[in-house]
Write a protein that binds this ligand. Structure first.
Ligand code: 5AD
Ligand code: SF4
Length: 420
């Protein structure tokens, strides 16, 4: 989401005749687009801001701005945390950025007014990269999972006009993008007038030169049968779904306010695998949520063993001020959270390797993106189910679709042999 927002902000600034530079030494303004989802994300960006602030001694007019969820959450307080920050702009105020960065004196400035209907209409971001375009279809979130800061920082859920979305995808397609990812905190509840998410998928699917279509993030309580049906029927929708489970224990899911039981989650996976036997499923898991007993943790462990995700992003619960779970009195000690996290990481490593190895001998279509990091004789691309695959081939294949036979799996990478 932040990558996509940064692309949109670049477009806002370029329309104002500002220039974006890849060379930080040239910059007159540094913008830090921040994330508040865990404390770790905030700590890291504060460290980065402190490091870069030393540039001010060499360049007196250098301005430092903080934008994104941490800006929205902390507002004015950020000026107290780091005196080198000149301005703090919240998630609904990016249209004001050109005005603010050109102010002669901008010191201790904060603009974090909430605008729950802001969808940045008529702004068509410059997608970075060459192959995959992220297209935001909705902003905000109304789910209020009890651990999560997002509904407080990004505000109420609102969907973008479907015609604008189609126009943005067509624009990306005309620039050569062939792989599109539709983005939102909860894409399954997309609704604009009479267009729901299933209908939006059908419409994007019609755009000729788009060859691959993905979407994140799905919410298990809202992933409808009609979306699963469209996924099964559309050739362009890739065989990959990111479906955060968060916990494998129904009581913890209830306390998280997730709106589904483990059995419901398990049922969706079965439906998906029935429709698309080769579908890769990835997930997010939180360990050490307040009150999580050893038994409840084991339910998550066993759920991961039962479902066998292709990959899982596993997180230690991080209390976020202002959320309901942060007020729970039965917080889990850090050592236990860490111990549980390590157990899950180890388990998932084994499962991921098994999943990747199961691809050996299969034929996969790759969208070739670049020369491999390890050897300039090898190219790297992604399978439809999002697995990075390297193979020997000439560089004129970059940007093309090729068929390879998978011959090995090393870590999170597949090795292929070009057959077409
Ligand atoms: N602590 C730990 N992980 C969190 N996530 C969201 N909020 C928290 C938190 N307070 C995780 C969830 C979500 C992913 C983006 O981040 O798993 O799906
Ligand atoms: Fe946070 Fe839950 Fe909304 Fe996802 S669905 S952004 S976890 S509140």
């Amino acid at each position: 989401m932040n990558v996509s927002d940064s692309e949109m902000i670049k477009e806002i600034l370029i329309e104002n005749n500002d220039e974006v530079t890849e060379n930080i030494d040239e910059a007159d303004v540094l913008l830090f687009n921040t994330c508040s989802v865990r404390q770790h994300a905030e700590d890291r960006v504060l460290g980065r801001i402190s490091n870069e602030a030393s540039r001010k001694s060499k360049k007196r007019n250098l301005k430092i701005g903080v934008i994104g969820c941490m800006a929205q959450r902390l507002g004015d307080d950020l000026h107290k945390i780091n005196k080198n920050i000149d301005f703090v702009i919240g998630v609904d105020q990016y249209k004001n950025l050109p005005k603010i960065i050109h102010k002669k004196r901008v010191k201790d400035f904060t603009e974090t007014t909430v605008n729950n209907s802001e969808v940045y209409e008529n702004i068509y971001p410059i997608h970075s990269g060459k192959f995959n375009a992220f297209v935001t279809i909705m902003r905000g979130c109304d789910n209020f999972c009890t651990y999560c800061i997002v509904p407080y920082t990004r505000g109420r859920e609102r969907s973008r006009n479907s015609e604008e979305i189609i126009k943005e995808v067509e624009l990306a397609a005309s620039k050569g993008f062939k792989d599109v990812t539709l983005l939102g905190q909860n894409v399954n509840s997309y609704k604009y007038e009479d267009v729901d998410f299933a209908e939006l998928l059908k419409q994007v699917n019609e755009i000729d030169s788009i060859k691959r279509l993905r979407f994140v993030t799905s919410h298990p309580k809202d992933l409808s049968d009609s979306v699963i049906k469209v996924m099964g029927e559309s050739e362009k929708i890739c065989e990959h779904l990111h479906l955060p489970m968060q916990s494998g224990n129904t009581d913890i899911l209830k306390r998280m306010n997730r709106g589904y039981s483990y059995e419901h989650y398990r049922g969706i996976i079965t439906k998906l695998r029935n429709k698309m036997p080769d579908i890769a499923i990835t997930t997010d898991i939180i360990v050490g949520f307040p009150g999580e007993t050893e038994e409840q943790f084991n339910d998550t462990y066993n759920a991961m063993k039962e479902i066998e995700f292709d990959y899982a992003f596993t997180f230690k619960y991080s209390p976020r001020e202002g959320t309901i779970a942060a007020k729970y009195t039965d917080q889990i000690p850090e050592e236990i959270r860490l111990e549980r996290l390590q157990k899950l990481i180890k388990l998932q490593e084994e499962i991921t390797l098994k999943k990747y190895r199961s691809k050996i001998g299969t034929i996969q279509e790759l969208y070739v993106e670049k020369v491999s990091k390890k050897s300039d004789k090898e190219l790297a691309g992604r399978t439809r189910d999002f697995k990075i695959t390297v193979f020997e081939g000439s560089q004129n294949l970059i940007g093309k679709f090729v068929k390879v036979k998978i011959v090995d799996a090393v870590g999170w990478t597949l090795k292929g042999k070009l057959i077409e």
